[in-house]
Structure formats: structure tokens, C-alpha cells
Design a protein around this ligand. Structure first.
Ligand code: B1M
Length: 212
């Protein structure tokens, strides 16, 4: 999108300083933080992923692009959470064990925060026991699991099983997502819902909690 071309270019070039400056400039123009995430960062990283798959960029460039998105997220996060408003619900979010991909998960987290949810982000490489501990301690209504590798997908099922074994499964809704995840996989492992992108994850979260 032309409106976000300098932000997209900076992310693609892995230039964290320029990306943050472009995001600041958009904020000064009055662009809503949530739009910077959904219409700026999200398509830029999808494009970086495409370039990688086509062999037009390599792991070091991916890491630089990821670092640039992180810098922008840090700038936007305090603006995204709606202070003084009763949260729609609390979500414990994380990328499953063995998986270090967090760009998509961070987008989901940022849009959930922008949508009025309180997000407890457990980060990446999260073993089932940590999800269980977070559910016991933080009492969320929703758990969000992300995975980008076919080899780490089974971690979603083991996390659901660990919640069941700890007697916590009935207390929470579980939604799953990430490039290799499908609706039928989500159903097969007994998740409550699947979303294929960050914006639909927010709609799904609201639906699962029966929020208007
Ligand atoms: Co990796 N990687 N990677 N990687 N990487 C993929 C996933 C891969 C498809 C690339 C490829 O080979 N074609 C491939 C997986 C193959 C497979 O399993 N079938 C792969 C591989 C193999 C690997 C390594 C094994 C490479 C290696 O070391 N040999 C290694 C594994 C490390 C590990 O995790 N243990 C690895 C490493 C990395 C980097 C560290 C370099 C980097 C990650 C940096 C980071 O995340 N901080 C990286 C990247 C960037 C990618 C690609 C290029 C891009 C991923 C991305 O950020 N996309 C990716 C190829 C691709 O996807 N095109 C690839 C942009 C992002 C906005 O989209 O994450 O899909 P996505 O998130 C979307 C939706 O999926 C959804 O909403 C998001 C926003 O719309 N969504 C949810 C995501 N989580 C959700 C949760 C929800 C709901 C929706 O509810 C809770």
C-alpha cells in the first residue's frame, strides 16, 4: 500500500531505525496505530516471506526484517492497549515448543490488544507446562497457540492435552493459527477455533468469548 511504502521498504531492507521513523511519521499524520500494524507491518512481512520462498532474500535478511518489526511494535504497543477501558477478556498467547517464529504471533497479539483484549505474551518456544502454568496463574478466558513449522504443529495437540490433564481445558477457549495450520487440523486436535490471519483472529476471539 502506497501510504505505507516507506515503512514497508524499511522493513524489507531490515532498517529498524528507518522503520521506526516511518511509523512515527504515520502516527504524526494521525494514522491509527492498529492500521500501521494491519496495513503496514503485516503486508510487509508477508512480502518478506514471499521473497524468501522465491530465493530473493536469505536468513540474515529475514532476521533484520524481524528486528525492524520488533522496533515498530515496541513503539506501537503502549498506544495499542486501550487504557482505562474494561478489557474484553484476557488471552495467554505463545508460539509452541521448538518454534522460534514470532512475527505472526506478535501481529495477532498487537491486534488483540488494539481490539481491547489484555494479552499475556509467553513468547516463543513455549512448552505445554508453561501454558498450563500461565492459565493457572493468570486465569485467562482464551489461549492462543501459534506455530509456523510442520514439525512443531504437534505441540498444539500436546498443549491441549496438558491443559486437559491439569483440569484447565474446560475453563478456557483455545484458538490456533500459523501458516501450516488449517481449519481441519484445528478441529482434529480439539481446538475451539482457527484463524488464518491476525484480523480474523480478533473476530474469532470475540466470537469465542461471546463478545459483541
Ligand atoms: Co522460518 N520457516 N525457519 N524463519 N520462516 C518458514 C515458516 C518456512 C515456511 C520457510 C520455507 O522454507 N519456505 C519453513 C517451514 C517449512 C515447514 O515447516 N513446512 C521455515 C523453516 C524451515 C525455518 C528453519 C527450520 C530454517 C533453518 O534454520 N533451516 C528455522 C526454524 C527455527 C525454529 O523455529 N526452530 C527458521 C527460522 C526463521 C527465522 C528465525 C530466520 C525467521 C523468523 C523470525 C521471527 O519470527 N522472529 C523465519 C521466517 C521469517 C520465516 C518466513 C520466511 C516468514 C514467516 C513470517 O514471519 N511471515 C516463513 C515463510 C513464510 O511463511 N512465507 C518461514 C509473516 C507473518 C505475518 O505471517 O507468521 O504466517 P505468519 O502469521 C500470520 C498467520 O499465519 C496468522 O496471522 C499472522 C498474521 O496475519 N497467525 C495466527 C499466526 N499465528 C497465529 C495465531 C493465531 C491466529 C492466527 O491464533 C492464536
Amino acid at each position: 500500500m502506497l501510504e505505507f511504502s516507506s515503512l514497508s521498504d524499511a522493513i524489507r531492507d531490515g532498517d529498524a531505525k528507518k522503520a521506526a521513523a516511518a511509523a512515527r511519521e504515520a502516527l504524526e499524520r494521525g494514522v491509527a496505530p492498529i492500521r500501521i500494524v494491519s496495513d503496514g507491518i503485516s503486508p510487509a512481512m508477508t512480502e518478506v516471506g514471499r521473497l524468501f520462498e522465491e530465493g530473493d532474500c536469505f536468513v540474515p535478511e529475514l532476521l533484520m526484517a524481524a528486528r525492524a518489526t520488533k522496533e515498530v511494535f515496541e513503539l506501537l504497543r503502549p498506544l495499542l492497549s486501550q487504557t482505562g477501558v474494561e478489557p474484553v477478556g484476557r488471552v495467554v498467547l505463545g508460539t509452541v515448543k521448538g518454534d522460534m517464529h514470532d512475527i505472526g504471533k506478535n501481529l495477532v497479539g498487537a491486534l488483540l490488544e488494539g481490539g481491547g483484549f489484555e494479552v499475556v505474551d509467553l513468547g516463543v518456544d513455549v512448552p505445554p507446562a508453561r501454558f498450563v502454568a500461565a492459565v493457572e496463574e493468570r486465569r485467562p478466558e482464551l489461549v492462543g497457540l501459534s506455530a509456523l513449522l510442520t514439525t512443531t504443529l504437534p505441540g498444539m495437540k500436546t498443549t491441549l492435552e496438558a491443559l486437559e490433564a491439569a483440569g484447565q481445558r474446560a475453563r478456557v477457549k483455545v484458538m490456533v493459527g500459523g501458516a501450516p495450520v488449517t481449519e481441519s487440523f484445528a478441529r482434529a486436535i480439539g481446538a475451539d477455533g482457527y484463524a488464518d490471519n491476525a484480523a480474523s483472529a480478533v473476530d474469532l476471539a470475540r466470537r469465542l468469548l461471546g463478545a459483541p
